[in-house]
Ligand binder design. Sequence first.
Ligand code: KG4
Ligand code: ZN
Length: 336
Amino acid sequence: MLILGIETSCDETAAAVVEDGRRILSSVVASQIDVHHRFGGVVPELASRMHIEAIVPVVQQALAEAGVRTEMLDAVAATQGPGLVGALLVGFSFAKAFAYARRLPLVAMDHLEGHLYSALLGDTPASFPYVALLASGGHTAIYTIEGRGDYQLLGQTRDDAAGEAYDKVAKMLGLGYPGGAVIDDLARQGDAHRIVFTRPYLDKMRFDFSFSGIKTAVLRCISNNSAKWVEQHRADIAAGFQAAVVDVLVYKLLHAAEVKQCRHVAVVGGVAANQGLRDRLARETARRKFALHIPSLRLCGDNAAMIAAAAHHRLTEGQFASLRDDVYSRHPRALS
Ligand code: KG4
Ligand code: ZN
């Protein structure tokens, strides 16, 4: 079964062809980062316009790379939300028109469900049930996943998402947008013990997060010291910040796995690309005998392969969208 997936929830125009919910035949991602970089964050209106320009060539490229003609497709799946409404509208409306014109079933996908599903797409896919940390620029939450489409939210951030905190700290340090990968690289050159930030665990028994305090602590550290000092200690600040964030993410994820008695744990979303987090989790999970599943780097950030793959079980269960369905900026149900 061949599904064309389309993802335009934020600043990446993506299309992919996935076979039987597992085999990725193509996955094309056109990033808008260069444009938004100048403004220090995503400008929604610009994002929508760029999606409009990119959507047709990106879909054409995904079909060409997969060696698939449109008449070979079994369905079209597109992200319905959550995300930027104007951005979502481009991909979702394109998918509606494509499905209507080609008489194909349309599957409306949740962006977070797509990320959670990406843990099933690697060489060592997660087994059910698994506990997953979803950490991206818009969300940070922990779920138990009992089966396809069966997600239970255990806790989530009360303020900033982890990726958002990375982006804001990067901005404070003059490192530009987006900041996750830059801080990750810089942290490797710094000493995480030189500048220690308090770990925002909140209640250690619960699975909620809060990252706005640590962001403020970094701001205070920067404004209490001279520009020269900050310049000299940028790598140590990055290392100290990253160590605090990683400590909390790893603690909560593994605690949730213990409580839920799951031996399989996964990390998905843009922040799952973080090398410090990946290294630390590899060590901790080996020591505590958990099986760790982190998608390859190209599947951590936003992509359409996870959307097409996650749509497979919807299609087999006959859960189709209608042309009257609309996008949503926030999730109306339990995923967030
Ligand atoms: O999943 P994603 O591509 O888009 C959203 O759904 O938000 O995640 C983007 C986020 C950004 O905040 C970015 O800074 C962060 O993921 N990110 C990272 C790394 N690479 C991307 N954060 C920490 N370390 C990284 N290596
Ligand atoms: Zn995402």
